[in-house]
Design a protein around this ligand. Structure first.
Ligand SMILES: Nc1ncnc2c1ncn2[C@@H]1O[C@H](COP(=O)(O)OP(=O)(O)OP(=O)(O)O)[C@@H](O)[C@H]1O
Ligand SMILES: [Mg+2]
Length: 340
């Protein structure tokens, strides 16, 4: 595993214990425990209504939890809300920019509210506008911005004060791929500069890109957690993917693997669209056995690789339900490809 940042004392920047928040009969948070180590990104993954936004709002002191404790950068959410608010930055799922002000004015105003000098506020505002490709639109009122521009401005606003702890609540939902990459780069840069990030997301790819650790929540409860690679490994073994040099060999390869009766190998399947054969593996011995068999039978192989389960599969395994919209979108695409 690569660790982008190992700074700090290795302590936790965020510590949440037994956090509870009910809205009437809805248990939005039903006893959540989690830690975010200093200088790292924790991905909080969960479907719609899991409690992600409620968690972020509680950790920002915007709502008061019914029970449990939470400390952020050493400050208690209940007893030290003012100190806590000074060290956090937050990007809401629903962008919160002042429509009448220009992009620059929005950022400058926030800088001033954070006690930056006029000069520093101006410099930070300019640099954040630049980083999020908003320089050209800097003087236009935010009401004229597109959804993506607004989101970028909101992100820039959350980073103006270089907060020690940054909450990003589904920061890239609805953004185009280029803008999404920009956001990811900025988040990584913040972490390199020492920030700690709590990121909620419904995108597996985003969690995989940015987070070292993951907490999966569902209906207000933590249902799984750990390092991204550990969580993936927990769900099952690896899958071996073989691409024969000649696509026409797919059926023969599957047949050979099925008939060989290799120990513990339960199945090989062809993906005609991809031109590959997949074999679930439980051990290194099986990997050696499959490769041995292919070479023995004289198959020409163009590519061979092993994969841990995807986060979509992790999610399916731990919640018993499919991860939300983006994943389903992928499946639809795949089906259309097969049909085409
Ligand atoms: N202010 C509120 N009043 C009543 N119910 C609420 C309130 N805020 C959240 N809830 C409920 O609490 C549960 C958790 O909501 P929350 O917004 O935290 O989910 P989420 O994980 O952020 O979902 P999404 O992915 O859709 O943003 C939901 O059932 C929601 O309807
Ligand atoms: Mg939400």
């Amino acid at each position: 595993m690569t660790r982008k940042n190992t700074s700090g004392s290795g302590g936790n920047a965020v510590e949440v214990r037994g956090l509870v928040k009910h809205f009437g009969a809805t248990k939005a948070l039903d006893g959540v425990d989690l830690d975010v180590r200093e200088g790292t990104v924790l991905g909080v993954l969960g479907p719609n209504g899991a409690g992600k936004t409620t968690l972020v709002r509680a950790l920002s002191t915007l709502i008061r939890p019914d029970a449990g404790t939470a400390r952020v950068a050493g400050y208690d959410v209940l007893t030290q809300p003012r100190q806590l608010r000074r060290v956090i930055g937050m990007t809401g799922q629903y962008a919160s920019v002042d429509e009448k002000l220009s992009g620059f004015e929005n950022l400058y105003m926030i800088g001033r509210l954070l006690d930056l000098s006029r000069k520093d506020a101006r410099r930070r505002a300019d640099s954040m506008l630049e980083r999020f490709s908003l320089t050209e639109a800097a003087k236009r009122p935010a009401m004229q911005y597109s959804g993506g521009m607004r989101r970028r401005l909101d992100l820039a606003a959350s980073m103006i004060g270089q907060p020690a702890v940054l909450y990003l609540d589904e920061p890239t939902t609805g953004l185009d791929p280029r803008t999404r990459n920009e956001v990811w780069e900025e988040v990584q840069r913040m972490v390199t500069e020492g920030a700690t990030v709590l990121l909620t997301t419904q995108y597996m790819e985003e969690a995989e890109q940015l987070a070292q650790e993951l907490t999966v929540i569902d209906r207000g409860r933590v249902i799984a957690g750990g390092r991204v690679d550990e969580l993936k490994a927990k769900v099952g073994g690896r899958t071996l993917v073989i691409r024969p040099a000649d696509r026409g060999e797919l059926p023969r390869m599957v047949g050979a693997l099925a008939q060989a009766g290799l120990d513990g190998i339960t199945g090989a399947s062809a993906d005609e669209a991809e031109g590959t054969v997949s074999v679930p593996l439980l051990s290194d011995e099986q990997l050696t056995a499959v490769i041995g068999l292919l070479s023995e039978r004289g198959f020409a192989v163009a590519d061979i690789s092993t994969h841990l389960p995807s986060l979509d599969e992790v999610f399916l395994a731990v919640t018993g339900q499919k991860a939300s919209a983006p994943a389903e979108q992928d499946d639809t695409d795949a089906l259309q490809e097969v049909a085409a």
